[in-house]
Write a protein that binds this ligand. Structure first.
Ligand SMILES: Nc1nc2c(ncn2[C@@H]2O[C@H](COP(=O)(O)OP(=O)(O)O)[C@@H](O)[C@H]2O)c(=O)[nH]1
Ligand SMILES: [Mg+2]
Length: 238
């Protein structure tokens, strides 16, 4: 940074991360107090996060009609993804990070407060005792979002089969931070040279405890296992 000593830059970075941790802790307590299971979806751009979210919301409408689901969308620009989510009927708040490559805990705190206001104004159903789901779609980026705690219950890494089975080894921080890896676009496997077992081994090498579900957001194959995972996570939050 021009005009700044290295030591000062390092101190500034540590302060920002420390402040983020403090607000992430606050978010976590706030989610817990509201019975919210918050999941932070991280991946490279185009792995299918928004497609999967829309399919998940539609499937949950049939499977758990009383479950409240809301979404915080992070992108550098545009509100395209929030518009796609709102088309399903679920409330969505778009955050634009501009030059930023990840969401941080203060952004999520602010967006959650706006979602909550929305809920109070427009939804008079009494679901305050029930658990609800909050999906946070992070900025598409396999590096930076790994560093930032948002106060989520778990990070879910989405890797699509078109990206190559070596990605967990190339971007280990992300897969080390994730509780679950969703291997998406399995409908495309017949057209690719992608070794599913090698990919799972790569993920387990950086994170032996990582859970893996293979699915296709477009055909719905494997969605049942993902919905079951969500239900278990809500029943036994961290
Ligand atoms: N074949 C196939 N395409 C998918 C699947 N999921 C998403 N896509 C496509 O991948 C592209 C990027 O999806 P999107 O949901 O916008 O990804 P995001 O950037 O991670 O939110 C779109 O053209 C989707 O239609 C899938 O399971 N199979
Ligand atoms: Mg998206």
């Amino acid at each position: 940074m021009p005009g700044m000593s290295q030591a000062r830059a390092v101190k500034l970075e540590a302060d920002i991360l420390g402040e983020n941790k403090r607000i992430a802790r606050h978010n976590r307590q706030h989610f817990e107090a509201h019975g919210v299971t918050a999941l932070n979806l991280v991946s490279s751009p185009g792995s299918g996060k928004t497609t999967l979210l829309c399919a998940t919301i539609e499937a949950l409408k049939a499977r758990a009609p009383r479950l409240a689901v809301s979404v915080i969308e992070g992108d550098q620009q545009t509100s395209f993804d929030a518009d796609r989510i709102r088309a399903t009927g679920a409330p969505a708040i778009q955050i634009n990070t501009g030059k930023g490559c990840h969401l941080d805990a203060p952004m999520v705190a602010e967006a959650f407060a706006r979602l909550h206001d929305h809920d109070h104004h427009h939804d008079h159903r009494d679901h305050h005792d029930a658990r609800s789901l909050l999906f946070i779609e992070n900025v598409g980026n396999l590096v930076c979002p790994a560093l930032w705690d948002l106060g989520e219950d778990a990070k879910v890494a989405i890797l699509s089969v078109t990206e190559g089975e070596d990605k967990p080894l190339k971007y280990p921080d992300m897969f080390a931070a994730a509780t679950l890896m969703l291997l998406n676009k399995t409908d495309l496997l017949p057209h690719l040279h992608f070794d599913v077992q090698r990919c799972i081994e790569a993920a387990r090498r950086v994170n032996p405890a990582i859970e893996v579900i293979q699915l296709s957001a477009t055909t719905g194959e494997g969605m049942g296992a993902w919905l079951q995972w969500l239900e278990q996570r809500m029943a036994a939050p961290a």
